[in-house]
Design a protein around this ligand. Structure first.
Ligand SMILES: NC(=O)C[C@H](N)C(=O)O
Length: 656
């Protein structure tokens, strides 16, 4: 790995999806046209625009793809991070200031790299994080600033929906997402987004700061750069919060301090990652979506929800008013392990009546730490009147989950209640953790090797488990895979070449194992040392069933359009029809050109493959592309003397 992060020409591209407009312009990252996604509609790949094809065939080749890069979209909503003191001497967000500052800040933006790769002086050019030792990818990022910028106290559910939709619309263009946000309501936004972003496969990090980034002393710079590094380099398919050197699961967080730089805590779950000299991710804690479904957004939240914190001598009038229509969901913040005054028949009757009216009432503790449980008579009384246990959910998570669940108009009341008790995104712990010691198997090996320190054990696990998982995948042994998981192995773990078990299973073409790994949350987005994804392995082995499985899980092609064009041309030169079909199934635009501007159709015409020409023609806009020599597929067919193909191409011309 070169120390400055530049890669030699010809390295496989790390460009995320082909759709990335920077792939065609080589200058700036632009976003796809804004459309409003239907709720729960899967994202559709949009990397086949005619403009893109024209650009590629015109030889406007992507410079950015030459370096090993990751693309991160930054959504800047407001918050102290971008605030300055106004004429009233109080902090308020300043429009159009953040990006201007970043461009001048060499620790956050490498102007030299940006100029070399995206063109000189382009104020729209993407921002570039200077290369970070120890991380494999240089982060290229684009900031979308919202208008108006908001203090997070002014944010509403509509703002959450806007963020969710923006992530949805650009999902395939970026490797990860960072949301800059005020800290006051950040835990609410993080919790809400964790539910709204369904089957999330990429890293989403929300961060902000306690001191403005414009000030000499600021936590904003560190929080922002660490969030960028993690979002670009680590596949953590969760909505996280980065603050105070810790990466926390968003829906487990609470803001615990209004002035400490360590403003957030996750009382019931340890940090997903800690940032010291290096980034240490605890992959065993990552909550992974385990259904074979694509990423989508559910933006319909119900606003008729509330938090009712009981206190000694609370009046019946207050209680009744709070539970009255239009209220549809209430988080009852009870005492201790879920208790309320059991001698207050008036309140209990009110709760029973509300539950019978269909109001969903969730019991969460007022304590910052711990869970509700049926331990005391004063707690059992709530269960008995139909109040649902919220286990160890934070009030923020319980409230936003209620808004999300009640907003699911196609779920019955019974399903909604079940969902409130289910662990949807790692937001609650409903059963005691299993008792098997995580590292039993590794312990046994360690004992025989006389290893003892926790670090040595961890290292042994990280080395042994991927190898053992791969052996099980190679043997097609599902039982062994399950056993390894029970022993504490992370099925998403990577080998030293950064390949996961899913890469191997796709390469081997074992559909059952692929399905099993996907159902166990193994990410489809992890790229190995050579930048290959599981989808590329499936294409290379021409396994259409596996390609479809991966696509239905949100996989998409990555890499520059030129690289795909080269592979299409290579397949066409071999007459490999099935490979072309594999690429098409994987979402590739069959018109993508190689560096000489030649498409698969040019090559198939030159080599006289009639079946390929027949297959490619309907996807090829009449086959009129010109390569760098100005030659069309028809010219190639004529020069090759392939009369059947000449006829096919001539009859496909619009004026034929
Ligand atoms: N530190 C902060 O960002 C606080 C600010 N009031 C906000 O939430 O927008």
């Amino acid at each position: 790995m070169s120390t400055n992060g530049d890669q030699p020409d010809g390295m496989p591209s790390s460009q995320p999806p082909l759709a990335h407009p920077a792939a065609t312009s080589g200058i700036s990252i632009r976003l796809p046209p804004a459309t409003t996604p239907d709720q729960s509609v899967p994202a559709s790949p949009s990397y086949q625009t005619p403009a893109m094809r024209r650009n590629v065939s015109a030889g406007s080749l992507m410079l950015a793809a030459e370096a090993k890069e990751a693309r991160v979209r930054v959504i800047y909503t407001g918050g102290t991070i971008g605030m300055m003191r106004n004429e009233r001497h109080v902090l308020a967000p300043i429009p159009n200031a953040l990006v201007r500052l970043i461009r001048k800040y060499p620790n956050i933006h490498d102007e030299d790299y940006a100029q070399r790769h995206f063109g000189a002086g382009a104020s729209l050019a993407p921002l570039v994080l200077p290369f970070v030792q120890g991380e494999s990818r240089r982060v290229i990022y684009q900031v979308t600033e919202y208008s108006p910028l908001l203090d997070s106290s002014n944010m509403t559910m509509d703002d959450w929906a806007r963020i969710a939709k923006d992530i949805y619309q650009s999902y395939e263009f970026f490797d990860g997402f960072v949301v800059l946000h005020g800290t006051d309501t950040l835990s609410y936004t993080a919790s809400a987004l964790s539910f709204m972003l369904e089957n999330l496969g990429k890293t989403v990090i929300i961060t902000g700061s306690q001191l403005p980034i414009f000030e000499t002393r600021t936590d904003g710079k560190d929080n922002f750069t660490s969030a960028l590094i993690i979002a670009g380099n680590y596949v953590i398919p969760e909505v996280c919060i980065f603050f105070g050197n810790k990466l926390l699961r968003g829906n487990r967080t609470v803001k615990v301090s209004s002035n400490s730089l360590d403003a957030f805590d996750s009382p019931n779950v340890p940090p997903l990652a800690q940032i010291g000299i290096s980034v240490n991710v605890d992959y065993r804690l990552i909550f992974r979506p385990c259904s074979v479904e694509r990423f989508c957004v559910h933006s319909q939240l119900d606003e008729n929800v509330g938090l009712l914190r009981i206190f000694p001598s609370i009046s019946l009038a207050t209680f009744r008013a709070f539970l009255a229509p239009p209220m549809r969901g209430v988080v009852l913040q009870s005492f201790g392990s879920g208790n309320m005054p059991s001698n207050r028949k008036d309140l209990i009757d009110e709760l029973r009546a509300a539950a019978e009216r269909g109001v969903i009432i969730i019991n969460c503790t007022q304590c910052p730490n711990g869970s509700v449980a049926e331990i005391y008579d004063t707690g059992k009384v709530l269960f008995d009147v139909g109040v649902i246990p919220g286990y160890d959910m934070t009030p923020e998570a319980a409230l936003t989950k209620l808004a999300y669940v009640i907003g699911k108009s196609d779920w019955s009341l019974q399903v909604k209640k079940q969902m409130m008790q289910a662990n949807l995104r790692g937001e609650l712990t409903s059963v005691a953790a299993h008792t098997m010691k995580d590292y039993d198997l590794v312990d046994a090996v360690a004992r025989s090797l006389h290893l003892s320190s926790p670090q040595e054990l961890d290292q042994l696990g990280a080395t042994l488990f991927p190898a053992m998982i791969n052996a099980a995948v190679f043997e097609g042994d599902l039982k062994k895979l399950n056993n390894l998981k029970a022993y504490g192995a992370d099925l998403s773990g990577t080998n030293h070449d950064q390949r996961t078990a899913l890469h191997l299973a796709c390469q081997l073409g074992d559909t059952d194992i692929v399905r099993h790994l996907l159902q166990n949350g193994v990410s489809v987005h992890i790229r190995d040392l050579c930048e290959r994804t599981p989808l590329q392995e499936a294409v290379a082995s021409d396994n259409h069933e596996i390609i479809q499985l991966l696509i239905s899980c949100g996989a998409h092609l990555t890499g520059s359009s030129r690289a795909v064009g080269e592979q299409l041309c290579a397949a066409a030169a071999r007459g490999a029809l099935r490979r072309l079909q594999s690429f098409q199934l994987a979402g590739a635009d069959l018109c993508l050109a190689d560096p000489s501007g030649r498409t698969a159709l040019h090559v198939a015409a030159l080599h006289g493959y009639v079946d390929l020409v027949n297959y490619l023609l309907p996807h090829s806009e009449n086959g009129e592309f010109k390569d760098m020599l100005g030659l069309t597929p028809l010219d190639y067919a004529q020069r090759g003397g392939h009369s059947e193909i000449v006829r096919l191409l001539e009859t496909s011309q619009p004026d034929a």
